[in-house]
Design a protein around this ligand. Sequence first.
Ligand code: RB5
Length: 151
Amino acid sequence: MSLFDHSVKPIAIGSDHAGFERKQYILRVLEEKGIPYRDFGAFTSESSDYADYAHPLAEAVEKGECYPGITICGTGNGISMTVNKHQGIRAALCWNKEIAYYARAHNDANILSLPGRFLSEEEVYEILVTFLNTPFEGGRHERRIKKIPCG
Ligand code: RB5
């Protein structure tokens, strides 16, 4: 099932200052494709703390208000570490389309995390499209992802 075709919920998107430019690029792509989104900030490229945007975004995905999420910081690490503190979140740090494919197919990732300072717009585009169009395979992977939460 393609998330592009079947998503009725807005995509949650957020970044810090280091991911801001790539976030704005993704917003333009989503607008061109008519995909709804909720922007959790940052709203400028002024220095900011990724956790301030990551926690509200993760809560919106956990509550089912948004699906999926996209988070971006300089390396992708700080913001994915933060959203992954939430038990209902499976955020995958993706730096190429192959990793994005398996993040969906094997991990049923509900947040795509991107290293904004290390990806071109073209690379972001192919990762984004792969992530949004790849279904979860289920089967043995269902059993494995059920064992991820620790609470
Ligand atoms: C900001 O300089 C940078 O540390 C942040 O965007 C991120 O890469 C942290 O993991």
